[in-house]
Design a protein around this ligand. Sequence first.
Ligand code: DQA
Length: 145
Amino acid sequence: MSSHVLVLSGPNLAALGTREPEVYGSTTLAQLHDQVTAEADAVGLTVDCRQTDDEAELVGWLHEAARAGWDVVLNPAAFTHYSYALGDACAHLVGCGSRLVEVHLSNPAARESFRQHSVVARSATGTVAGFGPGSYLLALRALAR
Ligand code: DQA
């Protein structure tokens, strides 16, 4: 078990706080990262929180975690539903022995049909969805247990 966790967020999540607040809430990404850092501290983990709109950058970060042996909390955002490159990077990460928790602020299973399939889920150690920023915090708690 890794005590260092990479917390990754995908496209459009830098706009949290103003992006469809009725769906994603009013917490900004900076506030979310502060909550994640405090939760990690409380459960004895260290975290590195990163966000990108770029698929290649996200794939690169997953490879970095695979090489380093870090666990990953990943909100792939819209890439969840169609990025086979990201899905393959997740499979590689888990194949290297890291754990992967897929997280979503909303509950994609209860939304539009295109959101109801995840190309990441087949590799995920577990998934937490629908609890807003709490999804990230619960994922950290699960990894720390
Ligand atoms: C999301 C759900 C995705 O369907 C969407 O594309 C996002 C955010 C979530 O956290 O609820 O950007 O991953």
